[in-house]
Ligand binder design. Structure first.
Ligand SMILES: Nc1ncnc2c1ncn2[C@@H]1O[C@H](COP(=O)(O)OP(=O)(O)OP(=O)(O)O)[C@@H](O)[C@H]1O
Length: 591
């Protein structure tokens, strides 16, 4: 049974994770690039501001019959300079954004690999994947927006100043209209951040259910559960549609309010300007320039409004990424600095001292004060009824979880005194699924090694598990990428996992034996390999097959979270009724 609940607070002390994502620090990580982008954007803005003034000049030149050439040339130059600097600034900003997203993704992925197993399972693989893909993507736009916003504000401010200089009465009318507009837009934007968080949470839920469903696709197909699974996915999609629709409604309001506000401003300015023109308080050229400036503020005001909306979305994504970064890793940074203890000569491989463990959320303890010892080398079988606590026991040895009470000693030292990395380097864990990574055969075989294995060692390990021919038949032999379920058969995967254990440097091998029956040849191979491993190392196997139990020098009998007895096969047969019952239930020849 998988051991997958969040650990109890007692067992996992809160340790600091990597630093949270701080947007300001990220944005200023490359000050020169940022300054360059801002400068270019400023040039583009200045060029834009210059154009209406040049129009005013051209109108004046027209009325005074002066040559237009220089003014037209200046206009074309300003337009070209504006366009080029805008493009260059956009590219620089995109570079900063891509770099920030890249660094963030790496930080998030590294952190998720360091989270406790139980936390990752509780959080959901799909949900974590959504944060690394979709949230990180949303965050990228913050860079663009964070630089666009001050520039747009600057443009609006500078334009207003020039407008005051041209005609302060018309400017007052414009500011009045813009103020009403701003209040309305801010009201809408306040609701948008909460909506984006809702949308991203819904994306995470879909991703989670979708990956879980695809992981169980064989079962889904075998039980013709496609309609059921599709209905559940459709319900998640519907939830996302509803929350996104609310977002779209809010989003659609922004440009509508903007357009309306601008049109009102334009009407008010035309009416006031017309009256002032008729009264002789305003010149035609100045009025035309003012109108051009007013038109020019429209995109900047839009940029401000939509920019704030995108900023809210980015901030919501930042919060979701920070939620992930806030999850405490399984080992604190000081753990790596612990001195690596040298294994105590002749100490038992593993000692449990009154160990208890309760899974988070579980009503009962999975283990209640268990104690047992396993020798430095040799095969120890852990047996017991389903739910007795066997897998939990293995998970504790590898420190996937930590005891609620009692202590565990590995090679003479308490597991808490081992740096996690050093502890796991001493232990090879072979799970029931014989999991392979999506990597080449060679990489999969060498996972547990500190130094690469030479070709002879690889050949010998493959030969020992009877995989030489199977691997030779793969298109690229040892360099064939594998790891997806369809690549290798169950038996081949099992033998790959055993070859990996053979090649590893570990002194202790933990083996969660699958319950499925192997064919005769593979069972013999399995026993031979386990025997070979046990000759020089400690092999602790959660045993379901009697053949494995009978080969063991030491058997630990578990029942309902307790150790009922321990000893060798014949001693236990003679004195331990639950063991005798277990053996009898498997119809083994009792000897
Ligand atoms: N993630 C979890 N959350 C809550 N309870 C759990 C969790 N994992 C295991 N348990 C409970 O802890 C107890 C021991 O489980 P464990 O998987 O260690 O038993 P096991 O002896 O390995 O069983 P099996 O032989 O069926 O695999 C069981 O009662 C089980 O229901």
């Amino acid at each position: 049974m998988p051991v997958a609940a969040a650990p109890t607070p007692r067992t996992t002390p809160r340790v600091p994770g990597p630093p949270r994502l701080r947007l300001r620090r990220e944005l200023t990580a490359h000050p020169l690039r940022l300054a360059g982008a801002l400068l270019l954007a400023l040039v583009a803005t200045a060029a834009g501001l210059l154009l209406p003034l040049l129009v005013r000049e051209i109108i004046a030149e027209f009325s005074e019959h002066h040559p237009l050439g220089p003014a037209v040339l200046a206009m074309c130059g300003a337009a070209l300079a504006g366009a080029l600097s805008q493009a260059a600034s956009g590219f620089l900003l995109a570079r900063i954004g891509e770099r920030m997203t890249y660094r963030l993704r790496i930080r998030l992925m590294e952190h998720s690999l360091r989270l406790p197993l139980a936390v990752v399972r509780a959080q959901g693989v799909g949900d974590l994947a959504a944060r690394i893909t979709s949230d990180a993507l949303l965050l990228r736009q913050v860079v663009e927006v964070a630089t666009q916003l001050p520039l747009a504000a600057l443009t609006v401010g500078a334009t207003l100043l020039v407008m005051v200089w041209i005609d302060w009465v018309l400017t007052l009318v414009t500011v009045g209209a813009l103020a009403v507009l701003t209040v309305l837009v801010l009201l809408i934007l306040r609701r948008m951040k909460g909506n984006v968080t809702g949308q991203q949470d819904a994306v995470g839920r879909i991703a989670q259910r979708y990956t879980a469903t695809l992981d169980a696709l064989t079962t889904v197909k075998a039980y013709r559960a496609e309609p059921v699974a599709a209905r559940a996915l459709a319900a998640d999609a519907e939830e996302l549609r509803v929350v996104s629709l609310e977002g779209a409604r809010l989003g659609a309001l922004v440009p509508a309010v903007l357009t309306l506000g601008n049109q009102f401003a334009m009407i008010a300015v035309i009416l006031t300007g017309g009256a002032r023109l008729a009264a002789g308080d305003l010149e035609v050229g100045a009025f035309a320039a003012f109108l051009l400036y007013l038109l020019q503020t429209v995109p900047s005001v839009s940029t401000l409004a939509t920019g704030f909306g995108r900023l809210q979305a980015g901030l919501a994504a930042r919060d979701r990424c920070n939620e992930l970064l806030d999850l405490p890793p399984e080992a604190d940074p000081q753990d790596a600095a612990l001195p690596v203890p040298a294994p105590v000569p002749d100490a038992p491989s593993v000692v449990f001292h009154g160990v208890s463990y309760t899974h988070a959320g579980a009503a009962d303890a999975a283990l209640r004060g268990i104690s047992f010892t396993t020798a430095r080398t040799g095969l120890t079988a852990v047996v017991g009824s389903s739910g007795a606590g066997k897998s939990t026991t293995l998970a504790l040895i590898d420190r996937f979880i930590q005891p609620s009470a009692g202590s565990i000693t590995v090679l003479g030292h308490d597991t808490r005194h081992w740096p996690l990395d050093a502890l796991r380097a001493r232990i090879a864990y072979v799970d029931q699924a014989f999991t392979l990574l999506e990597a080449t055969v060679r990489e999969n075989l060498q996972l547990g090694r500190r130094t690469p294995a030479d070709p002879h060692e690889l050949d010998a390990a493959l030969d020992a598990v009877g995989l030489t021919e199977d691997i030779a038949r793969l298109p690229q032999g040892l360099d064939t990428p594998i790891g997806r379920e369809a690549d290798l058969s169950g038996g081949q995967r099992q033998r790959m996992a055993l070859a990996r254990a053979l090649l590893s440097d570990a002194e202790i091998i933990l083996l969660d034996e699958p319950t499925s029956q192997l064919d005769g040849l593979n069972e013999q191979r399995f026993r031979a390999i386990v025997g070979r491993l046990a000759a020089t190392r400690a092999v602790i196997v959660v045993a379901h097959r009697l053949s494995t139990v009978q080969d063991a020098q030491h058997v630990v009998v578990m029942g309902r979270g307790a150790v009922l007895d321990a000893g060798d096969h014949s001693t236990l047969l003679a004195r331990c009724t639950p063991y005798r019952d277990l053996v009898a239930s498997q119809a083994a020849p009792a000897h």
